[in-house]
Design a protein around this ligand. Structure first.
Ligand code: NAP
Length: 320
């Protein structure tokens, strides 16, 4: 099969398309023929070699894929060759024509959802669902600010929160992103390039502030987020690319919480809950992953440049 291989950590160009041996499923494993693979920012961090997770070289990047089950190993129940599926992690890497996965990381993909959309689910939708309900404990009727709502995680969070009965505010940094956030269900959208936009958002809540803020760029926004929370409000730090100075008194004044999360820490039992909810939402049409750009598998380097550039409009996927 063809697969992207990284033989040395470094810039996007270290990813090259190579011919590698076809994998075969061992006990408890599923072999998926990949139709689309999702590109997540974390795969760019790992590729540089400076992230906490450093895979042994050479490796094939990628967690998220959607495709068709090609074969299953001994002991796999409930998944058969020919099934449409998406993955939430792979053993051999998702930027490839085939991926081996543990059976627990393979989930049914409803027929109404395209493979490109399926490749947008694993990391982004699971992150959004876990952030909202397992970390922030959001409940219907609360008000949420999705800070960075035009990207993979943010657009998922807007759809999930809207379907669950929250009042949803979202931010984006381009006209196209703003239109996307409104289209996907935000009640109110703000431009995070505009001066004073957070104060404007708080004013639009009648001055009360937000019960929950999902934060995609905490190093830029956390200090102001804390001033925009309602009493008992929670900020979930999903993304951050540097350090930030905050005033701890802002948390005291509101009985507020700053909650971190990494999907890598999610216990298996929580993961089962999340994907049960996501499969149901995909099947009933409340979750509709938005595909912003598609690249051929050989253009993995270009896809990594794109995912780190401003102007998100949903998800970036690779098509083998
Ligand atoms: P993405 O698709 O590239 O989206 C990035 C988002 O950040 C876009 O909506 C972008 O908006 C927005 N953004 C840019 N400048 C901003 C600002 N000043 N304030 C607020 N938002 C801003 O990436 P993603 O897949 O959604 O991931 C988002 C972040 O979460 C990344 O840092 C990623 O590494 C992290 N993440 C963490 C976990 C975890 O487990 N903790 C899991 C998944 C992702 P515009 O482009 O419209 O300006």
């Amino acid at each position: 099969m063809k697969a992207i291989r990284v033989r040395a950590f470094g810039p996007p160009e270290v990813m090259r398309l190579e011919e590698v041996t076809d994998p075969a499923p061992g006990p408890g494993q599923v072999l998926v023929r990949i139709r689309a693979a999702g590109v997540n920012p974390v795969e760019t961090y790992i590729r540089t070699g400076t992230y906490a997770r450093r895979p042994a070289l050479p490796y094939t990047p990628g967690n998220d894929a959607a495709g068709i089950v090609d074969a299953v190993g001994d002991g796999v129940r409930g998944i058969s060759a020919g099934d449409r599926v998406y993955t939430s992690e792979t053993v051999t890497g998702a930027y490839a024509e085939f991926a081996l996965c543990d059976a627990a990381r393979v989930h049914p993909l409803p027929g109404s959802v395209s493979y490109a959309q399926g490749a947008a689910v694993g990391v982004p939708y699971a992150t959004a669902w876990r952030a909202l309900f397992q970390r922030a404990r959001a409940v219907p009727g609360e008000t949420v600010l999705v800070h960075g709502a035009s990207g993979g995680v943010g657009s998922a969070a807007v759809q999930i929160a809207r379907a669950a009965g929250l009042r949803v505010f979202g931010t984006a940094g381009t006209e196209e992103g703003i239109a996307l956030v409104l289209r996907e269900g935000a009640h109110t959208v703000l431009d995070h390039r505009e001066a004073g936009y957070i104060e404007k958002a708080v004013a639009a809540t009648g001055g009360r502030g937000f019960d929950v803020i999902l934060e995609m760029l905490a190093n830029v926004n956390l200090a102001r987020d804390l001033k925009a929370l309602a009493m008992g409000g929670r900020v979930v730090v999903i993304g951050s690319r540097g350090t930030v100075e905050i005033d701890p008194r802002d948390t005291m004044a509101r009985d507020a919480s700053i909650v971190g999360m990494s999907l890598f820490n999610m216990p298996d039992a929580d993961r089962a809950v999340v994907h049960a909810a996501l499969v149901a939402g995909l099947a009933n049409g409340t979750l509709r992953p938005v595909i912003g750009r598609e690249f051929p598998l050989s253009a993995a380097p270009e896809s990594h440049v794109a995912v780190m550039s401003p102007g998100a409009r949903g998800k970036i996927v690779l098509l083998p």
